[in-house]
Design a protein. Sequence first.
Lengths: 354, 379
Amino acid sequence: MENVLDYLINKGYLPSSTNLAEAISLLGAGKRVIEIVQDALDGFYKLEDEDMRLPLEAIAFHTAIILMGRIGGKWLVNRLSISVSKSMREELNLLSDQDLVLLSKLLGLHTFYQDATITRSQKSGPSMLYPFSVSFYSYLKSTKRLTGDPSWKLTNQMLLKGRVLLDRRRFIRILEELIAERVSSLYEKYADLMKLPSLPPPIQEIEAYLKESLANVLSKKIVEGRDYAKNQPLSIDAFPPCMKKIYQKAIEGENLSHAERFAIATFMIAAGADEEMLLEVFSHSPDYKEKIAKYQIEHLMGKRGSGTKYRPYSCAKMKSFSLCIADCGTRTPLQKYYLNLKVKNKVEDQSDSI
Amino acid sequence: MSHRELLKDGSFLWLKSRLAEYYRKAQLELPENLSSREFAVQPLGSQSYIRHLSFKSEEELRRYITNNPPLHLYYSSAIYLFPEIKEMDQKGYLGSELIFDIDVDELQECRLMEQLHVCLDCGHSMYGNKVKKCIKCGSQNVVEASPVPDDCLKKGVETAKHLSDILKRDFGFEEVKIYFSGNRGFHVRPKCSEECMKLTGEDRREIVDYIKGIGLDLNRIAGFERDESLVPSSDEPGWRGRIGRAIYEKLGIRSGSSITWAEAKKRIGVEGVKALISSLVLDIDEKVTVDVHRLIRIPGSINGKLGLPVVRLEEPILDSYSIRCELSPFKEKVLVKMNATIIDKTIMGVKISAYRGEKIELPGCIAFPFVLKGIAEVG
Ligand code: SF4
Ligand SMILES: [Zn+2]
């Protein structure tokens, strides 16, 4: 188990595209690359963990990431990362507590197990039911995407001496998150290879094949997403810097925090976006569930629940969430948007008249 | 408040000389990474801040503040590569301390606290909560003349101590300092490690939510609705322990024995239990903690609202902390002309009785805020 992850995540580092190409043809890994990409899209990637096949799997996996990044951007890579972490759940469940702790350390988590400083202060219960603990810093970092579920909120944790106490099930869930994060981070790691105009022969062919076979799936998701900005009444160009950034993140399939989701949704609603547009923005999220997204958006638009239409954040509020990234001198991002629109229209008017 | 700009020459010069003298010798508690902090001042007689100041050393800072003695003096909670740059996104943000702020007038029990106010137009004095308009002449030129009442200050101290306990016990901070802000607030500042400096705004919000019990799911964490479940024991971590301690203490049950929720509800009532739990929520100002670009009053500097320095409250912190003249660095008596009538009132432990227009000698501790606010003038 540790071996597999190690291979997949650390040892698979490939220094150049030529090396990669050589390895692929040497091992005959092309077919596996294609399988991995397809499995990722279907959401059930399963790693091949026979010892013999590890090198091949590692090469294929990393090549798949590079190609997915080239073809579909971060969104597609995130799809794979979620798929990987889910496929690990079963295996993680089979591991002993001690092995889980070892693995967590490989993933960079500082974990304590039945730690004396915690148990001593306890006469009974919790330390037995919650044998794992991690610092609250790591906890906050690794549960960002989970806090939509109140049971993950820090408020509802057993917090003692800076550590969050966890039972086995929750500890495993955190490991899954970390694995997903590791895989997504390869997107940045291979940025250079993703930008190369072309790759050496065997890989180029795989890429061409994937592009064609994925055209249908991807055109819906990505092409739409990219061109989306151009074909709609809202002018993304005129978004204030803060909203542009969140919007970009959303389109690239990065996970948005609660505050970010709320900020962009209420902003766009106020700027005149309809439900469909918003759904499109959120649909790039790797764990997008249309039903839930729809519900949330309708709620924000005041079509559901209490019927209150939520006011978009002010610049002050954006600042308090550390989401403000410039000093526009306006009171609300919406004001900045309208200002930008004016400027933009002026420029366009001028360019029309000679 | 225009009266500050209208400070008469004599008053202005007196205040300025007091501040200058203070800052020549003042013991400021400055951070090690002083040169990475943004400094800001509000000069005497000005309504706005001068921001984005940066100093290489304590001497440089001292030279600046003795030449331009400020009414308010701050540094940033954040450290930056270029603290002197104005644009936030170019400052090179590196991290920020974790700061908690307790405002006494925001505490549940003190929202309606009464203070002595005086009208600067007719000189009338009156007690009330945040009086905006003179009850005698209707003028809106009304200012506070007495500090926060002792019982509210005491509540502030209690809240700060309670917060410090949570930061130590739950969050594991080893050192937590509590400061009186020099007017009506308390700043609670844990020693912030590198990891702590890097907490994002959102992480900080989660911490605030924890302290305020926001999103607390009583049923999930403590089985509140399952009558046969036990009330969590006092030594448990997190909110379970906090709730357990409060209930067992209220019922006078020693640690070791436990009761069920049914029993607790029977003895205190469901509403009683709920009220007890909501009393555990600490009133801290979340905006301050969540904002990583805050300016903080420098410990040892004068809070220009009341003329008292920001001081660290050392253990054991007395619950009987109160605002007295002894806290003020301004000891010398000064002859002032009163602009208000204050008869038989005790302010900061000093008895005052004077009519509008009367010339009296006031101790510096009272004279400073009075002159600053226009309640009295020098010369
Ligand atoms: S100033 Fe307002 S509009 Fe500009 S980036 Fe900040 S929050 Fe957005
Ligand atoms: Zn009056």
